[in-house]
Design a protein around this ligand. Structure first.
Ligand SMILES: *[C@@H]1O[C@H](CO)[C@@H](O)[C@H](O)[C@H]1NC(C)=O
Ligand SMILES: *[C@@H]1O[C@H](CO)[C@@H](O)[C@H](O)[C@H]1NC(C)=O
Ligand SMILES: *[C@@H]1O[C@H](CO)[C@@H](O)[C@H](O)[C@H]1NC(C)=O
Length: 114
């Protein structure tokens, strides 16, 4: 199980525990679908911001753009997790944006899509 799948599962168990109900775990596909899609949306928003031209973009710039995407799309604990993932992955994502790797493919490479 990839990192992000495990993360999603952890959130789900956490949520289920505090809802004081018996956790019924859906399949991996159901769990990871939304994060896979969210990853693509975030990357596509960043592409739009930079007009898909990452030639002179630095890792620091990309990291800050992705932080903004985290803040727009998540709250609280999941927003913090999003920032942490950005710290981990920004340097790896930049060259892929620079060589026109598709958003879906990048999200697969970064384990958002299982
Ligand atoms: C991309 O941006 C650089 C400067 O950051 C510029 O020199 C170059 O012409 C741009 N390329 C395109 C295709 O717009
Ligand atoms: C794009 O860059 C990434 C990271 O450096 C590399 O893994 C990938 O093979 C490259 N893809 C192409 C089509 O050049
Ligand atoms: C990526 O696409 C842009 C715009 O279509 C193009 O100018 C650039 O040369 C491409 N870069 C690579 C590494 O294929």
């Amino acid at each position: 199980m990839s990192y992000f799948c495990a993360f999603t599962l952890a959130i789900l168990i956490f949520t289920a525990t505090f809802a004081a109900s018996i956790p019924v775990l859906p399949t991996i596909k159901v769990l990871t679908g939304p994060n896979c899609h969210m990853c693509e949306i975030m990357l596509n928003n960043v592409r739009y911001e930079y007009h898909n031209n990452f030639k002179d973009v630095t890792v620091t710039q990309l990291r800050h753009s992705l932080y903004e995407q985290c803040d727009l799309n998540f709250n609280g604990f999941t927003d913090q997790e999003c920032h942490r993932i950005v710290d981990q992955d920004a340097a790896d994502i930049l060259p892929q944006l620079q060589n026109n790797t598709s958003s879906y493919r990048i999200c697969q490479n970064e384990k958002f899509c299982c």
